[in-house]
Write a protein that binds this ligand. Structure first.
Ligand code: GUN
Ligand code: FE
Length: 469
C-alpha cells in the first residue's frame, strides 16, 4: 500500500505492507500493518472463505495499491482536441479550436463541420456527445482517475448524458453545464440567449444529477460559469444566488493569462480585480474551484484564502498555451487548498500522472527564477499528495479518500510495474525495472515513465470499474 497522505515539501510517501478489509459498500473497515499473508489477514480480520482475498507485492508484477487520482479540472467535450493547439494562446485557442468543437455536441450547424469537411457530420449531435463522453470516462478511468470535476458544454441533453455515463461506468464525477451568454465574447453559434435561459438550463442539469444520485456521493452537479468574460454580470449573480440556495459547488477559470486579465479589467470596471469580480457577484466560497490562478496578486490570494475557495493547478495546460507559471508554493504557504487538473484540452494529456510530472517541472522553473530557491520545488511525494489528498479537498471530499485509513473509500488503482526479465522482454510496460530498486525508486520510475499500461485495476467505492476481476 503506497500513498502520499502528508502535506508539505518534506513529506515523503507512506509505503506499507499489510492488509485492508473493505466492506461491500466500498469503505475501508480495518487496516492491519503486521499481516504478511492471506491466511494471517483472514485470522486478524476474523473472516472466512465468504470474503475474497487479493494479494499483491514483489514477485507479482511489482504491484501496489495507490489511491485513485482526482482530476480537479477537465473539459470532457474537448477530449478529441488533445494535442491540437498549434501555437495558440488562450483567447485565440478558444475561438479557433475550442468553441467549434464544443458547439458540435449540440449544434448541428457547428463550424467544425465546415472546417473539417471529412468530419462525419452527425444527424444527431447527442450521439456524438455520448461517443466522446464514453471515451473520456473510459480513458480517464484507465489512467487511474477515480474522481473528475468535468466541464461539459452549454447543452443540457449532452451534459445530462455525461452524468448518465459517469454513473454507468462508475466514476465519481462533478458535472458542470457550461454557462456562457455574453455576446461580446461568445460566438452566436455557441451561447445561451439570456440570463434566464442560462439559469433554466443550469437548473435542469442540477435536477438531473440529483435525480441520478440524491446522495451526491457519486454524481454531483456543479455550477459552471465558464469564466468572467463569457458571462453577463446578471448571470454571475444569479448563479451565486442559486449556489447559496441549493448548497451547490461552483467551478470557473481565473487569472490564466495576462490578456484575459486585461479583458476582465475592461469588462468589469466596477470590480477591483479578477478575484473581486467573482467575489462581488457572490461566487467565491469554500465550495468554489478556481482553475489556473496563475497571475493572482497578493490581495487576490488573500481574498481567495479568506473565502476558502480552492485552486485547480493545471501545469500542462499553462505550459502548452504559454499562460505562465503558477506559483504553487506561494498558494500553499498562504493557506490555499490546491489540487491538480489536466485541463484537457488546454492540457495535452488526460493523465493526472502527467499533471504530477508537469507540476514538478514547472516548480523547478519557478524555483530557478526565484534565485534557485528550492523551497518552490513540488517534488514527487508532494505532487502525488496534490493529485490525491489535495484533490479530495478541492472537490469537497476531504478525509474521504487519498489514503489507506479506516473509514475512507476504496477508490484505488492497482499499479503494476511489470515483471523483471533479464532479456528486456515480458509485459509491455513503460517502466523498466532492474530488480534492485527500493520502493521509493520504483515509485519515482512509475511517476516519470508510467502510463495506462501500469494501471491494472481500478475500484471506486469498492466497485471494480477497470481491469479484470
Ligand atoms: N478559459 C475559459 N474557457 C477555458 C477553457 O476551456 N480552457 C481553459 N484552459 N481556459 C479557459
Ligand atoms: Fe480549463
Amino acid at each position: 500500500f503506497i500513498s502520499a497522505p502528508h502535506a508539505g515539501p518534506e513529506a515523503g510517501l507512506e509505503i506499507r505492507d499489510g492488509a485492508v478489509l473493505v466492506s461491500a459498500g466500498g469503505v475501508i473497515e480495518k487496516c492491519d500493518w503486521s499481516v504478511r499473508s492471506a491466511e494471517e489477514a483472514r485470522a486478524v480480520f476474523g473472516v472466512g472463505e465468504e470474503v475474497g482475498v487479493r494479494t499483491l507485492g514483489e514477485g507479482e508484477g511489482n504491484g501496489f495499491w495507490f489511491p485513485g487520482f482526482v482530476d480537479t479540472h477537465i473539459h470532457a467535450p474537448q477530449y478529441p482536441n488533445t494535442g491540437i493547439f498549434g501555437q495558440s494562446t488562450l483567447l485565440d485557442w478558444l475561438e479557433t479550436y475550442t468553441f467549434p468543437l464544443e458547439s458540435s455536441l449540440g449544434n448541428p450547424n457547428s463550424p467544425l463541420y465546415t472546417s473539417h469537411p471529412t468530419h462525419n457530420a452527425p444527424t444527431d449531435p447527442l450521439t456524438r456527445a455520448k461517443q466522446i463522453y464514453r471515451r473520456v470516462i473510459s480513458r480517464t478511468l484507465a489512467s487511474g482517475t477515480t474522481t473528475a470535476a468535468y466541464y461539459a458544454t452549454i447543452h443540457v441533453e449532452a451534459t445530462n448524458a455525461l452524468a448518465d455515463l459517469a454513473l454507468e461506468l462508475g466514476q465519481r464525477a462533478l458535472i458542470g453545464r457550461v454557462c456562457m451568454d455574453e455576446a461580446r465574447t461568445c460566438p452566436e453559434y455557441y451561447r445561451d440567449e439570456s440570463t434566464e435561459v442560462s439559469m433554466a438550463n443550469s437548473r435542469a442539469c442540477v435536477e438531473h444529477c440529483r435525480t441520478l444520485d440524491p446522495s451526491g456521493e457519486r454524481i454531483k452537479p456543479i455550477l459552471t460559469p465558464r469564466f468572467a468574460p463569457s458571462c453577463q454580470l446578471s448571470t454571475l449573480t444569479a448563479l451565486a444566488r442559486l449556489a447559496k440556495q441549493e448548497h451547490l459547488m461552483v467551478q470557473t477559470h481565473i487569472s490564466e493569462t495576462t490578456s484575459e486579465i486585461e479583458m476582465v479589467r475592461r469588462m468589469f470596471p466596477d470590480s477591483d480585480s479578477y478575484a473581486a469580480v467573482y467575489d462581488d457577484a457572490g461566487l467565491l466560497g469554500e465550495k468554489t474551484i478556481l482553475a489556473h490562478a496563475v497571475h493572482l496578486s497578493k490581495e487576490e490570494r488573500a481574498l481567495v484564502r479568506e473565502r476558502k475557495a480552492k485552486v485547480a493547478h493545471c501545469p500542462a495546460s499553462n505550459s502548452a498555451l504559454g499562460s505562465g507559471y503558477c506559483p504553487v508554493r506561494t498558494l500553499l504557504e498562504e493557506g490555499i487548498d490546491v489540487g491538480l487538473g489536466t485541463d484537457v484540452s488546454g492540457g495535452f494529456s488526460l493523465s493526472v500522472l502527467e499533471a504530477v510530472r508537469q507540476a514538478y517541472l514547472v516548480s523547478r522553473t519557478v524555483a530557478y527564477h526565484a534565485g534557485g530557491n528550492t523551497k518552490y520545488n513540488i517534488g514527487l511525494a508532494e505532487g502525488l499528495h496534490l493529485a490525491t489528498v489535495g484533490g479530495a479537498k478541492v472537490v469537497g471530499m476531504e478525509g474521504r479518500m487519498g489514503a489507506f485509513r479506516e473509514g475512507m473509500l476504496w477508490d484505488v488503482q492497482e499499479v503494476g510495474l511489470g515483471r523483471v526479465d533479464g532479456n528486456g522482454k515480458g509485459e509491455s510496460s513503460a517502466v523498466d525495472l532492474f530488480g534492485w530498486e527500493f520502493w521509493e525508486e520504483k515509485v519515482a520510475k512509475w511517476v516519470w515513465n508510467g502510463d495506462d499500461r501500469n494501471v491494472k485495476r481500478v475500484w471506486i467505492g469498492g466497485r471494480l470499474v477497470h481491469g479484470q476481476d
